[in-house]
Design a protein around this ligand. Structure first.
Ligand SMILES: *Cc1c(COP(=O)(O)O)cnc(C)c1O
Length: 365
């Protein structure tokens, strides 16, 4: 039986052609050509004014938080169920992460819990659109506005997701994206910082250039200590091909989700929601077994392994990790992860392979 990978990028002759051109010609005066082209195309796709390419989403978030002046003594609210990359930059700038429970259906921040967690030290809310699902942006923006906080979108998993006509990542004060090899679009490693706030853009641009402001005439003159989280031109070349193909890449993700939704219909589980007014980019089809059903996650994962299928566990509550304080009162988060598994969803997966995955899931009930 062929191995069914959980993710793997979709690479065509277009990516290979651009990358080859960048490797052959993209040096000297042309060393930023693909970088600028990618930033422009990405900003256009998203409907934002500015985009700055980075070496990772983590780096984009680090610079954004630093640019907002968030640091020692400040608190940043984020969902407990999350990838570690969303919180690492909060710790790197010296701020305190406050893990708040998530909603049982979207697995994203619960706005009521966010409201209750705001203190005089809170500076920002990081809304992560988990597995393509949209966070409750309307309510979160309202809380942010009333308390004078920045609403930040970690949209690493939400390329292709729309919230009432606006693209995920374009709505908050700034948004961040990842182009890691597992994501909907890839540059190998890479990311993007996006914003429509011109001052914030200038600030991050300076920080991203080792503290050297645009227009500074003195060579090698830095005005502050900044960062070095840049994307290479060769990586950006791959990204230029991927952003040209983005509608196709997202359509494949949506097709894959549909196949799973049909194949698993009738089982006692729920999957990524797509509420009224929203479009889900379905980065990663995920099943959450109904509460109260007998379900052994390890048994499912080992059944996948026996059938040469990659299974992937849901993110752990971050507050379970040894470097943070446990928050067992985040009952939804703590009740969720053990009942949830991500299903294989690389772009070129076939309908037959999806059926094979569904058969293994079905056999658990
Ligand atoms: C992948 C991911 C990141 C990190 O992306 P990198 O490019 O690896 O830094 C951050 N947040 C979320 C939600 C992610 O899924």
């Amino acid at each position: 039986m062929n191995r069914i990978h959980y993710t793997k990028p979709s690479i065509t002759d277009l990516e290979v052609g651009y990358a080859t051109d960048a490797a052959r010609n993209g040096w000297g005066p042309d060393c930023y050509n693909y970088i600028h082209r990618l930033e422009h195309a990405f900003a256009q796709h998203l409907g934002v004014d500015h985009a700055i390419s980075t070496s990772s989403c983590t780096g984009a978030m680090h610079m954004g938080l630093a640019a907002l002046g968030i640091g020692e003594g400040d608190e940043v609210i984020l969902g407990d169920i999350n990838w570690i990359a969303s919180v690492a930059p909060v710790v790197h700038v010296g701020a305190t992460p406050v893990f708040v429970d998530v909603l049982p259906d979207s697995w994203c921040l619960d706005p009521d819990r966010v409201e209750a967690a705001v203190t005089s030290r809170t500076k920002a809310i990081v809304a992560v659109h988990l597995y393509g699902n949209l966070a409750a942006l309307g309510q979160l923006q309202d809380i942010a506005d009333r308390h004078g906080l920045a609403l930040i979108e970690d949209a690493a998993e939400a390329l292709g997701s729309h919230w009432h006509g606006q693209r995920a990542g374009s709505i908050g004060r700034f948004g961040t994206f990842s182009f890691h090899g597992t994501k909907t679009m890839t540059t190998g490693e890479g990311g993007m910082f996006v914003t429509s706030d011109p001052d914030l853009y200038e600030r991050v641009l300076t920080l991203s250039n080792h503290g050297r402001a645009r227009g500074q005439k003195r060579q090698f003159w830095a005005e502050e200590v900044g960062f070095k989280y840049k994307m290479s031109n060769v990586s950006a070349a791959i990204g230029c091909a991927q952003i040209e193909r983005i509608e196709e890449l997202v359509a494949q993700k949506r097709w894959i989700f549909e196949q799973y939704a049909q194949g698993l219909d009738g089982l006692p589980l729920s999957m990524n929601p797509e509420p009224e007014g929203c479009v889900n980019g379905y980065w990663m089809p995920t099943i959450v077994i109904d509460e109260g059903m007998a379900f052994d996650r390890e048994a499912l994962l080992s059944a996948f392994a026996d059938d040469n299928i990659d299974g992937r566990v849901f993110f752990w509550p971050l507050s379970m990790l040894p470097m943070f304080d446990e928050r067992r009162d985040n009952a939804v988060s703590y009740g969720l992860f053990g009942r949830a598994v991500n299903l294989p969803s690389y772009h070129d997966i076939t309908g037959d392979d999806i059926a094979r995955v569904c058969d293994v899931v079905r056999a658990q009930f």
